[in-house]
Design a protein around this ligand. Structure first.
Ligand SMILES: [Fe+2]
Ligand SMILES: [Fe+2]
Length: 348
């Protein structure tokens, strides 16, 4: 084990208070930009992140040299203060020193799912075992018995920002979607499908695979960012490639051709799941199961985004969150029915 630098003033972002000064606090820089103010002087805009949340930081009167020493996705020790700005906290830096990853206690910085990873993984397998079609089941099995996929699936976030942006987020998101599908398309046992003409098997397999490419698209060892393959290939194409390989392996093992129609529809569900060209899908959802996967995915992602923004909103004087870009709206956070308060009380 290497020596760990703990800044003398270390504290989780969620515990920052306006007006506090610190001498030596360690931050993880998840984004940095060199910007110009309206009067022409340069400043550095950064986003710091730890397991409790994110905060914007600024260093006024900056220059290119100072900007260059800040490692993006890496760590700095900083002297500065916390301020309140338009109802949100921001950190103002006065002096910085870059740190090496080996000198930092990393566990504090990566946000983590609130749920138990093994419990979620087992629940996912339990739902997927109810797939009835033997060909679809073989595809599902090929993914969930692949050691690399298992390790990645238990760790990967579902996104860098916006929704489920934490370790275990991909698994939490996927299980959430499978649970939703169980309510709408039946659980294979006691709950009947509301749409018996739509294939539950294809939907379950599609949900498992739709974001599985995030395992390779994102880096999540020390901070969340896009990997090289993520930038060059992306999670949609990656999943389609993996599916193709799994089907080839299934064919090789059984010495039988995999049904082409099923292969095409599974691939289509993956590539169409973002629902529009603008959001990176090369094809629009064109069969009932692809439409279902797109909307279930959207419902879960957007509801989680809205709820997370309500939870994280620090401005108690306003009934509205900050503008949430992916939702193109500020979210009305007032709990008019009192149900979120009740839930919080129950979990206390
Ligand atoms: Fe996606
Ligand atoms: Fe998704």
């Amino acid at each position: 084990m290497s020596a760990v630098t703990t800044g003398a003033d270390d504290k989780l972002i969620a515990d920052f208070q306006p007006g506090e000064n610190f001498e030596d606090r360690v931050f993880m820089v998840s984004q940095k930009d060199l910007r110009t103010t309206s009067n022409g002087s340069m400043y550095i805009h950064m986003v710091f992140a730890d397991q409790s949340g994110q905060v914007v930081a600024r260093i006024w009167q900056a220059n290119q040299q100072m900007y260059n020493v800040i490692p993006e996705g890496g760590f700095i020790s900083m002297r500065g203060r916390v301020e309140s700005y338009k109802g949100n906290l921001q950190v103002i830096g006065e002096a910085i020193r870059p740190l090496k990853k080996d000198d930092v206690d990393l566990s504090r910085f990566l946000p983590h799912t609130r749920f138990n990873v093994e419990t979620m993984w087992n629940r996912m397998l339990e739902i997927l075992r109810t797939v009835e079609n033997p060909h679809v089941l073989k595809v599902v099995k090929a993914f969930v018995t692949d050691e690399k996929i298992i390790a990645g699936f238990k760790k990967a976030p579902a996104a860098i920002t916006n929704h489920h942006a934490y370790i275990g987020g991909l698994l939490e998101h996927t299980v959430g979607l499978l649970e939703l599908a169980n309510r709408i398309f039946g659980d294979g046992k006691s709950v009947n499908s509301l749409f018996p003409d739509v294939s539950r098997d294809l939907i379950l397999a599609g949900l498992l695979m739709h974001d599985i490419g995030k395992i390779a698209e994102l880096d999540y060892d020390t901070s969340f960012s896009y990997s090289t393959s993520g930038q060059l290939i992306g999670h949609i194409t990656q999943a389609a490639i993996w599916l193709d390989r799994k089907v080839a392996a299934i064919e090789a093992e059984s010495s039988e051709a995999f049904p082409e129609d099923i292969r095409n529809v599974l691939t289509h569900i993956i590539v169409a799941h973002h629902g529009s060209y603008e959001f990176g899908s090369p094809k629009l959802p064109s069969c009932p199961e692809a439409i279902a996967v797109h909307y279930i995915d959207n419902l879960d992602a957007k509801l989680n985004m809205a709820l997370a923004n309500i939870r994280d909103s620090r401005d108690d004087d306003s009934d509205w969150t900050q503008y949430v870009r992916p939702l193109e709206a500020r979210i009305f956070k007032k709990d008019v029915m009192g149900i979120r308060d009740d839930l919080n009380k129950k979990s206390d």
